[in-house]
Design a protein around this ligand. Structure first.
Ligand SMILES: [Mn+2]
Length: 244
């Protein structure tokens, strides 16, 4: 039994002293529950350190967090734009392109899905209530603090998609903490899951032999009592194990 190494991107504090790199423990727990060894990769790693780590990891998990800089897809920032880190964007876009090129399995969560999309040339709605507008609350407003594991909207998954196969379901109830969403899809990405308001909630790279999957919700918070959520991490770890 091998333990694949999974690169896990981290958040960074923005405009706070001291500057910190950090990652929610739920991601680290989920990767380990699935049999992988999480390797946090903060944007503070030097190019040489990154290159060295890239050589050793077998899979990539892009985590949630602040907004991708709208300049990355040619737009000026909406007033609600929050926690933009150029260093984090750069590292994660690099990780994404590297994983795609090297055909390493990649699971992208929330902001991660947005990074994946932008790294492949796509664009984002910067603030769902403003554009495209939606009657659905994607921020779980009113459910604060420890309620991150409570699902608040449904997602429908395309039958026959890789994501449907992994989840083992065509409908899942999900938690939701995002105000951005996919607008134009990145090169080679297919949208394969949607909220009831048609916001894209899942994507995958079209090529059948490549494991690149993104979800807009937060399965890392659900793995304890949601088989479909656990299956996402298990699929990542299992695919990575084949390369370890
Ligand atoms: Mn949502």
């Amino acid at each position: 039994m091998k333990f694949p190494l999974i690169a896990v991107s981290t958040s960074v504090t923005v405009d706070k002293y001291p500057e910190r790199a950090y990652v929610n423990a739920s991601y680290l727990n989920a990767v380990q529950q699935a049999g992988g060894v999480p390797v946090p990769m903060p944007p503070h790693l030097s190019p040489a350190a990154r290159a060295e780590l890239f050589k050793h990891v077998h899979g990539v998990l892009l985590t949630g967090g602040g907004d991708v800089d709208p300049a990355r897809f040619g737009e000026t920032p909406h007033p609600t734009t929050t926690e933009v880190s150029t260093a984090r964007d750069t590292l994660e876009i690099e990780l994404t392109r590297w994983a795609v090129e090297k055909r390493l399995p990649l699971l992208a969560v929330c902001r991660g899905l947005q990074v994946l999309n932008v790294a492949l040339g796509g664009s984002l709605y910067q603030d769902i209530p403003s554009e495209p507008g939606s009657p659905l609350d994607h921020s779980q407003a009113g459910l604060q603090g420890k309620a991150r594991h409570i699902p608040t909207h449904q997602v429908k998954v395309r039958d026959g998609s890789r994501l449907a196969g992994i989840l083992g379901a065509l409908e899942v109830d999900v938690n939701s903490f995002h105000h951005q969403a996919i607008k134009r899809l990145g090169q080679g990405l297919a949208d394969v899951a949607w909220a009831p308001d048609s916001i894209v909630e899942g994507v995958e790279l079209g090529e059948p032999d490549q494991f690149v999957v993104g979800v807009q919700w937060h399965p890392e918070e659900l793995v304890g009592n949601d088989r479909a959520a656990f299956n996402l991490f298990a699929a990542l770890a299992n695919r990575a194990r084949e390369l370890s």
